[in-house]
Design a binder for this molecule. Structure first.
Ligand code: NAD
Length: 290
């Protein structure tokens, strides 16, 4: 396929390289990042769209996505698909899909889980909103860039799945970290705590697969001085998107709200920026009951 790829940063770069390696004709554009191997450099976002079967975007936020989509949509051939893999607000995803449909194009919101490692190794999970027809067209590309693509529903459903998943992730990470910090103060050995909880009803992905306590459980960022991994500020971005969506949809999400407040404090006024999101554990360790 002819693929346009806009946004070649930490995630988009390796994703585009994987498509090129599998023989797709990839043309890329980024304001700053270098072209990955095998990707032809375009002079503008619109140029990547000319003659492309699929245009993929992997951008920082919804405002940038809207601006890029406004430039790219008029340059796309009828029947082509605009596939946004960024994590953005549900409203921006739906607005871009409407503009694409009005221009006779397919559109997908297809945010990912799996991080830079998943992007590099082609093992991302895609959560996809949009028509079945557009999904089927892009599926061969998802199969190269990832290990799984779930068609979640209409426009916005992919972003909805992503922020609901990451709201659970943020809340359970905080719960796991505060429980370890309590266990410390109660004199309970961390390994024993892991042995019990990981096989009891308190188990979760954050405990079992990404344990925030160094030296306990499988290797995780905690074992590497809390270098990300998944940075606290990216978790904060996703928690804020979840609360923006909850506000718009009139949903009561008290735990998500509290998790967003705690990660805001951690990132903006403590030393959380640049740390993995599991560094909530050393944060709790230092604190006392207020
Ligand atoms: P990044 O900052 O490394 O990459 C974004 C790229 O977009 C940059 O290279 C930037 O120069 C480029 N860009 C910005 N504005 C542009 C424009 N107008 N035209 C062309 N290029 C432009 O970010 P990333 O880590 O690759 O994340 C991309 C998206 O993926 C974000 O929405 C993020 O939330 C999501 N995501 C990231 C991770 C992760 O672990 N990094 C995991 C899942 C999802």
């Amino acid at each position: 396929m002819k693929v346009g790829f806009i946004g070649l940063g930490n995630m988009g770069g390796p994703m585009a390289a994987n498509l090129a390696r599998e023989g797709h004709e990839v043309t890329g554009f980024d304001l700053a990042a270098p072209m990955p191997e095998g990707v032809r450099k375009a002079a503008s976002a619109a140029e990547t769209a000319q003659g492309a079967d699929v245009v993929i975007t992997m951008l920082p936020n919804g405002a940038i996505l809207r601006a890029v989509a406004a430039e790219v949509i008029p340059a796309m051939a009828p029947g082509a698909v605009l596939c946004d893999c960024s994590t953005v607000d549900v409203e921006s995803a739906r607005a871009v899909a409407e503009q694409a449909a009005a221009a006779g194009l397919g559109a997908l919101d297809a945010p990912v889980s799996g991080g830079v490692g998943g992007a590099t190794n082609g093992t991302l999970t895609f959560m996809v909103g949009g028509s079945a027809e557009a999904f089927d067209k892009v599926k061969p590309l998802f199969d190269i860039m990832g290990q799984k693509a779930v068609h979640c529903g209409d426009a916005g459903a992919g972003q909805a799945a992503k922020i609901c998943n990451n709201m659970i992730l943020g809340v359970t990470m905080i719960a796991t970290c505060e429980a370890f910090a309590l266990a410390d103060k109660l004199g309970l050995d961390r390994q024993k705590m892991f042995d019990v909880v990981s096989t009891s009803s308190g188990y979760s992905w954050t405990m079992n697969a990404y344990c925030p306590a160094p030296g306990v459980g499988p290797a995780s960022p905690a074992d590497n001085d809390y270098k990300p991994g998944f940075a606290a500020e990216l978790m904060l971005k996703d928690l804020r998107l979840s609360q923006q969506a909850a506000e718009a949809a009139d949903a009561d999400t008290p735990m998500g709200q509290l998790a967003a407040a705690l990660y805001t404090q951690f990132v903006e006024t403590e030393d959380g920026r640049g740390m993995d999101f599991s560094a909530m554990l050393p944060r709790f360790e230092k604190r006392h009951r207020s």
